[in-house]
Design a protein around this ligand. Sequence first.
Ligand SMILES: [Zn+2]
Length: 311
Amino acid sequence: MSDDIPFDKNLDVVPDKVDEPVPGVRRVMADNPGPFTFKGTMSYIIGRGKVAIVDPGPNDPRHLSALLDAVRGETVTHIFVTHTHHDHSPGVPRIKAATGATVYAEGPHRAARPLHIGEHNPLDASADRDFKPDIALADGAVVEGDGWSIEAVATPGHTANHMAFAWREKNILFAGDHVMAWATSIVAPPDGAMSDYMASLNKLARRTESLYFPGHGPAIKDAPRFVNYYILHRKAREESILHRLGKGATDIPSIVRAIYIGIDPRLVGAAGLSVLAHMEDLVARGLVETDGAPSIDGVYRLAEGAGRLAG
Ligand SMILES: [Zn+2]
């Protein structure tokens, strides 16, 4: 289902070894490979001398030591956090304690909406509920450092508090998990919301940054074009769901079986939540109906008049 996006899985990076993919941007990848993290979480270092770190990563002593080694003899003045998933933010306390840097992010973890899916939620352990920024950033806020200025770009969708960071002088965006070169982003309730996610993609598509450094995987070149592929992919997924409903499917598990052919079995739970995220959006837009609030085990049908859209 995803071969429409020109994915790039070429990543020649050794875990916990610093490299400098473009002048002024260094990265250290944590050794936490997996179906959601690709080869590992990327921590980035901005500038030289007085630097900022984007996403300290998981609370893995080897990774955090490698990150501190990479900036030995320099001063870390700022820590930026894209979002509060366990592979991005739990390393913050140690890096802050070691450096005295100030922590900037949109805010603490919160759900996109209240949702009680209990043990159905395979992503439940993914949230870092202990995180609190020193300074909460609003969309468009600019933070000045030594030789760099970073603009906060609110990009809710993957999580409600997701924020990308634009390095204005270099026309580079640190994209977090919102857009990645190696795979689509997970948009799953209760953390994520599809209507927010699509709005955030459209927002990025209008921006000028041509090079993205994501939370996982290689850099994205020609980024606005890549973002448009992401938008088209989600629209195609939505069409598939409407098509399945038009053919008589009524529940999320059968839709997942029909449209996620050959999926990694470890991702089936996330795929169900992703379809739920689409259902929430489709119900909100009046294209699909269900009884009560959209839920993972809900019964769904096309709304009156939506059938022609399902083709
Ligand atoms: Zn994440």
